[in-house]
Design a protein around this ligand. Structure first.
Ligand SMILES: NC(=O)C1=CN([C@@H]2O[C@H](COP(=O)(O)OP(=O)(O)OC[C@H]3O[C@@H](n4cnc5c(N)ncnc54)[C@H](O)[C@@H]3O)[C@@H](O)[C@H]2O)C=CC1
Ligand SMILES: O=C(O)CCC(=O)C(=O)O
Length: 414
C-alpha cells in the first residue's frame, strides 16, 4: 500500500450532500477509512467550524466553498466536486492556496439529456397543467396548445457534452435541431449551427440551455431575449440558475408569449432541505419546476461516486492531478524505490533552482523530475533514489518563500 507523509488513517475525508456509496467503497479499497459522510450541505459558518481538520472534501452543487472557507482550510489537500459544475467553488482561491479541485465532467451528461427530452414532450402537450387539474377533480380534455414534437425546431444553446446528447436524441424523435455556441462546433447528424443567439431564438419552438455559469452567460436570457423568441414557444433551463432572468421569464409566461417552461436550476436555491423555495415562477401552472435534479439518477450518482473518488485517491496516493479543473495537469508513473516530493508554489522566477538546491545540497540522486507551470502556479514532483531524510527535505521545501503546499510519498525510512 502507498505510504504517505501522513498515513492514510490520519487523512480525514468529509463527504457532503449524500455522495454515493461507491465513493466510500472506492476510498476504502484505496485504504482510506477515515471518511465521514453527511446527507446535506454545510453553510459557511458550519464549514468554518469543521474545515480546519479536513484533508479531503467532497461536495456537490449546494456547498459553497468561498475564499474565506478555503483560507480556513489549513490542512485541505484536495476538493472533489461530485458533479460537472464547479462554479460553487472559488477556484481561483483554491488555486492560490495550492488546492486542486476535481470533478466528473461526463458522468451525468446522459441523465440531463434524458430529462430535457422528457420535458420537451411534457411541455408541448401541457401535461403538468392537465395532470394537476385531474388531481384536483378537473378534466381538461383539450388539444389546444398541444403539439407533436416531430418536425418542431429545438434550439440548443451550448453545444457541449450535454447539448450534443440532447441534439442526437431530439433528432431521433424527428425534431429539427439548431444550435448556438461561442466555439465553432462540429454539427452532429442533421443539426445546423446558428450564426447568432438572436437567430436561434427566432427560429426555435423550444429553446434549451446547456452553457456553464460564466460572466458571459449570466442573464443571457433576459427580457430582450425572451421577446426575441417565437410567440407561444417554450424554454428549458437545466444549466445554471443565473443564466435566465426568472422575473423576466415569469412576466413573459404571464402574457403567454412563452407558453411553457421547465426550470431545474435557479439563481437562489435552498441551501437546506427545510428552507422554503421562493421564485416568481411559483404558481405559474405551465412551468415545470424541479429541484436541481438534472444529474440526480442512480446511474449518474454511482458513476460520479467512483470517478471522483478515484481522482482524489490518485492525487493523494501519487500526486497525479489529471482531471483537476484549476491546476497544472500531471499524470505521474510510480518510480519503484524512490521517495516522491511534491511541491506546489507561486510561479516566481528561480523557484525550480531553489527546489533543486534542497536536493543537490544533500547529494541526493534525482531519479525523475516533473515540472508543470502556468502563469501563476508551479507544480514540481521530484523522485529521489535511495535513502533520504524526508522530513528534513520536506521542512526545507516548505521554507522556500512562495511555497503553497509540500508533501512526500513512499518514504525510504519511517
Ligand atoms: N441540472 C443539473 O443537474 C446539471 C447541470 N449541468 C450544467 O450544464 C452545464 C453544461 O454541461 P456540459 O454540456 O457538460 O458542459 P460543456 O462544457 O461540455 O458544454 C458547454 C458548452 O457551452 C458553450 N458555451 C460557453 N459559453 C457560452 C456562451 N456564452 N454562449 C453559447 N455557448 C457557450 C461551450 O463552448 C460549450 O460547448 C454545466 O456547466 C452545468 O452547469 C450539468 C450537469 C447536471
Ligand atoms: O447533482 C448535483 O449536485 C449537481 C448537478 C450539477 O448541476 C452538475 O453536475 O453540474
Amino acid at each position: 500500500m502507498t505510504k504517505l507523509s501522513l498515513s492514510k488513517d490520519k487523512i480525514n475525508i468529509l463527504l457532503l450532500e449524500g455522495v454515493h456509496d461507491n465513493a466510500i467503497e472506492e476510498l476504502a479499497r484505496g485504504g482510506y477509512a477515515s471518511v465521514e459522510r453527511l446527507p446535506r450541505a454545510l453553510d459557511e459558518a458550519e464549514l468554518l467550524e469543521r474545515i480546519g481538520s479536513v484533508h479531503i472534501l467532497g461536495i456537490r452543487s449546494r456547498t459553497h466553498l468561498t475564499a474565506r472557507v478555503l483560507e480556513a482550510a489549513t490542512k485541505l489537500m484536495a476538493v472533489g466536486c461530485f458533479c460537472i459544475g464547479t462554479n460553487q467553488v472559488d477556484l481561483k482561491a483554491a488555486r492560490r492556496l495550492g488546492i486542486p479541485v476535481f470533478n466528473a465532467p461526463y458522468s451525468n451528461t446522459r441523465s440531463v439529456a434524458e430529462l430535457v427530452i422528457g420535458e420537451i414532450i411534457m411541455l408541448m402537450r401541457g401535461i403538468f397543467e392537465k395532470s394537476a387539474l385531474v388531481h384536483g377533480g378537473g378534466w381538461m380534455k383539450s388539444a389546444k396548445d398541444s403539439y407533436e414534437i416531430r418536425g418542431k425546431t429545438l434550439g440548443i444553446i451550448g453545444y457541449g457534452h450535454i447539448g450534443t446528447q440532447v441534439s442526437i436524441l431530439a433528432e431521433a424523435m424527428g425534431m429539427q435541431v439548431r444550435y448556438y455556441d461561442v466555439v465553432r462546433k462540429l454539427a452532429l447528424g442533421n443539426a445546423r449551427a446558428c450564426d447568432s443567439l438572436e437567430e436561434l431564438l427566432s427560429v426555435s419552438d423550444v429553446v434549451t440551455l446547456h452553457v456553464p455559469d460564466t460572466p458571459q452567460t449570466r442573464n443571457m436570457i433576459g427580457a430582450a431575449e425572451l421577446a426575441a423568441m417565437k410567440p407561444r414557444s417554450h424554454l428549458i433551463n437545466a444549466a445554471r440558475g443565473q443564466v435566465v432572468d426568472i422575473e423576466a421569464l415569469a412576466a413573459a409566461m404571464k402574457r403567454d408569449h412563452i407558453i411553457g417552461a421547465a426550470i431545474d436550476v435557479f439563481p437562489k436555491e435552498p441551501g437546506a432541505d427545510n428552507e422554503v423555495f421562493e421564485s416568481a415562477l411559483r404558481g405559474i401552472k405551465t412551468a415545470i419546476l424541479t429541484p436541481h435534479i438534472g444529474g440526480s439518477t442512480v446511474e449518474a450518482q454511482a458513476n460520479i461516486g467512483t470517478e471522483v473518488a478515484q481522482k482524489l485517491i490518485e492525487y493523494s496516493d501519487n500526486g497525479s492531478t489529471v482531471g483537476a479543473v484549476n491546476f497544472p495537469q500531471a499524470a505521474l508513473p510510480i518510480q519503484a524505490g524512490c521517495t516522491r516530493f511534491l511541491h506546489v508554489h507561486e510561479n516566481r522566477p528561480g523557484m525550480l533552482r531553489k527546489v533543486n538546491e534542497v536536493f543537490s545540497g544533500r547529494d541526493l540522486n534525482i531519479a525523475a523530475q516533473f515540472l508543470q507551470t502556468d502563469p501563476e502556479l508551479g507544480y514540481v514532483v521530484v523522485d529521489v533514489d535511495g535513502e533520504v531524510d524526508e522530513l528534513e527535505v520536506y521542512n526545507d521545501l516548505r521554507a522556500i518563500e512562495g511555497t503553497l503546499k509540500a508533501r512526500f510519498l513512499f518514504p525510504s525510512k519511517r
